[in-house]
Design a protein around this ligand. Structure first.
Ligand code: NAD
Length: 255
């Protein structure tokens, strides 16, 4: 099946994807702050660059698939870190691995976004999202730090979805498919910690999920597996919601 690099493979959605893709026969090189072949703190630019280098040393400079799951919830109380890991930890790895993916066999990549990315569309117009999309990490960290609301996580995911879609022409022309998956609440350590955090927990609980339950990491992994594989050959630049209908319920007339 080929070689895949997976960030955020230690727990939650990334761990479920790892398990599923290994069962399919992929060789996985994991990147995480813990329990991975390549240990790196993706909040730090130099560790992101080192992680790319270490993965490519292991794979001989080529990569067939890429899956970026690493992320932090807003509940951690460090908005600058959320901005760095959730946005720059994605785009720096996309950029770092792009040349290697171009040399891969039937290459494709998936980024884990969030259904919260579009829940409050005005957040997409914020200076923080603009700084992220402009690639200005210092300014993004400054703005994130100064933000006392609960929107930094959503803004980071809004920027991630747009970063994926903005690459559709360059990546598609190069023969590398790139898509995003936007989960709703999924039963992982990130969700459980969010539920236990005052304020964040109430916000999550207020979110109506039409199917009446949280998702499982394995359900997200099933969609990721499809998008990475040959049956999704014409799916590119897409953001797939895996959220029990929550986004449709909030924004029935937008898609
Ligand atoms: P999780 O906490 O179980 O997994 C996150 C992974 O990222 C962990 O393995 C963690 O060690 C790693 N990580 C965190 N900070 C890191 C850093 N600085 N450097 C390197 N690795 C780091 O959470 P999850 O729910 O599985 O989250 C996976 C992705 O799914 C995240 O991007 C998250 O935003 C997204 N997501 C989750 C939900 C949900 O409800 N669980 C909903 C929407 C989107």
């Amino acid at each position: 099946m080929g070689i895949i690099a997976i960030s955020g493979c230690a727990t939650g959605i990334g761990a479920a994807c790892r398990q599923r893709l290994e069962a399919d026969g992929y060789e996985v090189v994991g990147i995480d702050i813990k329990s991975a072949e390549v240990v790196a703190d993706l909040s730090r630019p130099e560790e992101r660059a080192a992680a790319v280098e270490q993965v490519l040393e292991r794979t001989g400079g080529t990569l067939d698939r890429l899956l970026l799951c690493a992320g932090l919830g807003g509940h951690i109380g460090d908005n600058a870190k959320v901005a760095s890991v959730n946005y720059f930890g994605v785009v720096d790895l996309l950029g770092g691995f792009f040349p290697a993916l171009r040399k891969g066999a039937d290459p494709s990549a998936v980024v884990i976004c969030s259904n919260s990315a579009q829940i409050a569309p005005q957040l997409g117009e914020s200076p923080l999202v603009a700084a992220m999309l402009a690639g200005d990490e210092d300014e993004a960290r400054r703005l994130a730090d100064a933000d006392t609301g609960q929107g930094v996580y959503m803004m980071s995911k809004n920027a991630v979805g747009r970063a994926v879609r903005r690459r559709s022409l360059e990546w598609g022309t190069a023969g590398v498919r790139l898509n995003a998956v936007a989960p709703g609440p999924v039963d992982t350590p990130l969700l459980r910690e969010g539920l236990e955090t005052p304020g964040d927990g109430d916000l999550i609980r207020a979110f109506k999920i039409p199917v009446g339950r949280y998702g499982t990491p394995a359900e997200v992994a099933a969609t990721v597996r499809f998008l990475l594989g040959p049956e999704a050959a014409f799916v590119h630049g897409a953001v797939w919601y895996v959220d029990g209908g929550a986004d449709a319920n909030v924004r029935p007339d937008s898609f």
